[in-house]
Design a protein around this ligand. Structure first.
Ligand code: CP
Length: 347
């Protein structure tokens, strides 16, 4: 019988104390001496000689940099592929007659990558047709089912656990290691595009695992799905809570951190024009200095990339309460901690 492969698809794959251990490892790696710059591959390190394939169906700056640098720092080699751009276009649907423009099927590509690699990291995409279908993560699950080596989620239809780890590390650095009961607001933000819910879902999952006092603010019609809120509540330890607000100011009042993020409403998945009009009706949800000041010395977080003066103003991003660059930098240390967790010596 084939043994179960240990994947990192969601924070739920770090149950119990494992989440805290990975965050502690990331903090330790951040404090530790910078690895000597190597002149070539491979370098000495705990993952010496390991090979990691990074498959990007969508563009990336932070995830690609952090995963490549983290692999290199640990002595592993990472190779990034972008299907349809620098490698074959992949068909993701099962059972179709492949007489279109996709040259290779996802399952064949993953089986081949797994033959050559010790781990495969993948960034998939949301269909934005059916929120329940996106929550079921059909592409990510297909990759995990076909791979005999660990799969790392580099953002999927409904999750971004690597981002959530960096968010949590930043919150711990700024607000203390024990985040139980600490008020934090996740606020919807305006955006010209209907974005997926991967980042807000991941942040909600992470903040609730920490037992924070989570306030989710969104205008009517843009609420996060009830099933996601229920899932987050079920994983929440004692001392935490999740509340939803339609009034942004009510949510922000007293918050120690404000996480702004745009997401699209499933009500408008079938009608892009109506969706855009609905988002425009809430253009006053941009995070400003005045709104941040409603918090209790609140810091500002965002996963990046961000649309300046749409999601958040220049003053906030360039101001003293902004922690988004520290948060992005933490992607490196949390990525390294995940690679060690999945591929380290004890594995
Ligand atoms: N936050 C984040 O995942 O950034 P990229 O899309 O640039 O990787």
């Amino acid at each position: 019988m084939t043994p179960m492969t240990h994947h990192f698809l969601s924070l739920a794959d770090l149950p119990g104390v494992q989440l805290g251990l990975v965050l502690a490892k990331a903090a330790e790696l951040k404090k530790g001496p910078r690895m000597p710059a190597p002149s070539g591959f491979p370098i000495a390190g705990p993952l010496h000689g390991r090979r990691i394939a990074l498959v990007f169906f969508n563009p990336s700056l932070r995830t690609r940099l952090s995963m490549e640098f983290a692999a290199h720092m640990l002595g592993a080699q990472a190779v990034a592929l972008s299907p349809g751009a620098d490698s074959w276009k992949l068909e993701t649907r099962r059972g179709v007659v492949m007489d279109g423009d996709a040259q290779e099927h996802l399952v064949d590509a993953i089986r081949v990558i797994a033959e050559m690699s010790d781990a495969v990291a993948v960034r998939t995409f949301a269909g934005l047709r059916d929120v329940e279908e996106d929550r079921a993560e059909p592409i990510l699950r297909a990759v995990a089912a076909e791979s005999k080596v660990p799969v790392i989620n580099m953002e999927s239809a409904f999750d971004h656990p690597l981002q959530a780890l960096a968010d949590l590390l930043t919150l711990r650095e700024e607000l203390g290691r024990d985040l139980t009961g600490v008020p934090v607001t996740l606020t919807w933000a305006p955006h010209p595009k209907a974005l997926p819910m991967a980042v807000p879902a991941a942040f909600l999952r992470g903040a609730s695992r920490m037992g924070m006092d989570v306030r989710v603010a969104a205008p009517p019609g843009f609420e996060l799905p009830a099933a996601l809120l229920d899932e987050a509540r079920a994983a929440m330890p004692q001392g935490g809570r999740i509340r939803t607000f339609e009034n942004q100011a009510d949510a922000l009042r007293g918050s120690r951190a404000v996480y702004a993020k745009a997401w699209g409403s499933p009500l408008f998945y079938a009608d892009a024009e109506a969706g855009l009009a609905a988002r425009k009706r809430h253009s006053d949800w941009t995070t400003t200095e005045q709104k941040l000041a409603l918090g209790d010395r609140a810091i500002f977080l965002h996963c990046l990339p961000v649309r300046r003066n749409v999601v958040v103003t220049d003053e906030v991003l360039d101001g003293p309460r902004c922690r988004v660059y520290q948060e992005a930098g933490n992607r490196l240390h949390t990525a390294a901690a995940v690679l060690l967790h999945l591929l380290g010596e004890r594995k």
